[in-house]
Ligand binder design. Structure first.
Ligand SMILES: C[S@@+](CC[C@H](N)C(=O)[O-])C[C@H]1O[C@@H](n2cnc3c(N)ncnc32)[C@H](O)[C@@H]1O
Length: 216
């Protein structure tokens, strides 16, 4: 016998209003749209609905205070963290870099629907943008759930200007990934590699972020 109870969207945690401030209505609108269409479009699994706010939207929004200038989000997928960050930080210019057409179509339709002026959607693989004068230099690059640091650093570091930053959402094994990535950390001349633990101050599960300065 299968459990026929459909998954229900998590109710909005109180931290959402604190993290999004006067942008909360846009955050609600994006979350509702993702909850409605995300499974059909293959962006999220049905089991994500009961944790959509805390595990995905707020997890992404935790990066908002770390951002400045021109930011690229590599492998945006459903818009995590890039589109959520563009909502939270209208003063920051976001470029969402995603190779899959189905996903860039979704991202562009959400950008248009919410009339966000600070977002550009680029259908591309990160490595194909290395040396691209129209995009570069970026002040920072974010990424979430794209690959382990050992392969993620060579994809992302060449997109960032000298003294810019990588801001990479990682799981509980962030320190192990840093240890396994020493060779590429040296090759890409990353400095001040650190693991930030965010979320606790908002009563959320701890989220680990690897932050590093690129080739200063
Ligand atoms: C597991 S999904 C994660 C999506 C989103 N960041 C999230 O946290 O839900 C990984 C995404 O990275 C994209 N991706 C994979 N390789 C990439 C590359 N070389 N450059 C840019 N994006 C890439 C995939 O198309 C996919 O959308």
């Amino acid at each position: 016998m299968t459990d026929a109870t459909p998954p229900v969207l998590e109710s909005e945690p109180s931290a959402a209003a604190a993290l999004f401030g006067d942008r909360i209505e846009l955050a609600r609108s994006f979350t509702a749209s993702l909850a409605e269409q995300g499974e059909t479009l293959g962006l999220i699994g049905p089991r994500e609905l009961p944790q959509l706010w805390s595990r995905h939207i707020l997890n992404s929004a935790l990066l908002a205070p770390l951002l400045r200038g021109r930011v690229g989000d590599v492998g945006s997928g459903a818009g995590l963290p890039g589109l959520v960050l563009a909502i939270a930080r209208p003063d920051v210019e976001l470029t969402l870099i995603e190779p899959m057409e189905r996903r860039t179509d979704w991202l562009q339709s959400e950008v248009d629907r919410m009339a966000l002026p600070n977002v550009r959607v680029l259908r591309a693989r990160a490595e194909d943008l290395h040396g691209n004068g129209q995009l570069l230099p970026l002040d920072q690059v974010t990424a979430r759930a794209v690959s382990a640091l050992r392969t993620l650093i060579p994809l992302t570091a060449p997109l960032v200007r000298s003294a810019g930053e990588l801001i990479l959402l990682k799981g509980g094994r962030a320190q192990d990934e840093i240890a396994a990535a020493q060779k590429v950390i040296r090759k890409h001349r990353l400095q001040d590699v650190e693991v930030l633990e965010l979320g606790g101050e908002h009563g959320l599960e701890t989220t680990r972020v690897v932050r590093a300065v690129v080739d200063p």
